[in-house]
Design a protein around this ligand. Structure first.
Ligand SMILES: [Ca+2]
Ligand SMILES: [Ca+2]
Length: 219
């Protein structure tokens, strides 16, 4: 009996030690749960990686790497219908700058004002609880943002739809402090279901840029 207890205690200690020593590099994993084997979600809309059209399953080839997503609205109806993914910041910047330049020439960008708001909801199609952010605002860790009456309900890994009704879009990040996977949702674009992009219940930090981003999604 005493030996069984000792074995149980030793096993528990070993598990704790394993968890502590398996901590992954900063930015590679979710703070707090430290799971280095996190599987990236497959997008459900047409996907490109570095400009090449790929099947959704291709995303698994890049697990563990930082990727940069641009939510696309190819037919300009305000709804996301494709996702372009980049493996480098340079490719990401080039795409976003081209998109923003095109948008601002197509219809003049509204000046920043009280109507400008980025909004996020807990369910798809803008259902359930939500919160809004003005340009210039950010959350470095949504685990600190309580989503209801109970302190154990936070906004970490809860966002399922997004509306980016601002001049310079919305930047969403997989991990705290603007790290991990990065998603840029363009101005005046809505994502009615984040699972379309492979981003459901994944966002942990957010920034709403108040100006044209020289370095995209770098606050
Ligand atoms: Ca959700
Ligand atoms: Ca997250």
């Amino acid at each position: 009996m005493a030996r069984a207890k000792w074995v149980a205690a030793a096993t528990a200690t070993a598990i704790v030690a394993a968890v502590l020593t398996s901590a992954a590099p900063a930015g590679a994993t979710e703070p707090g749960n430290g799971d280095p084997k996190m599987v990236y979600q497959e997008p459900q809309v047409p996907m490109t990686i570095d400009g090449v059209a790929d099947p959704a399953s291709k995303i698994h080839d890049f697990e563990g790497r930082q990727l940069f997503y641009v939510a696309q609205d190819r037919d300009n109806d305000g709804q996301v219908d494709a996702v372009d993914i980049f493996t480098t910041r340079q490719g990401f910047d080039r795409e976003v700058h081209a998109d923003l330049a095109q948008d601002s020439s197509a219809d003049s960008v509204a000046p920043l004002g009280p109507t400008q708001v980025s909004a996020q909801w807990e369910n798809s199609y803008w259902q359930g609880r939500g919160f809004t952010m003005r340009p210039g605002y950010h959350y470095t860790n949504l685990a600190t943002l309580i989503c209801g009456l109970f302190p154990f309900c936070t906004w970490n890994d809860r966002i399922s739809s997004v509306s980016s009704d601002t001049s310079w879009g919305t930047c969403l990040y997989q991990n705290a402090n603007f790290s991990g996977l990065v998603l840029f949702v363009k101005p005046e674009t809505s994502v009615h279901d984040m699972s379309l992009l492979g981003w459901d219940n994944m966002v942990t930090s957010i920034w709403v840029p108040p100006y044209f981003p020289t370095k995209t999604c770098v606050p």
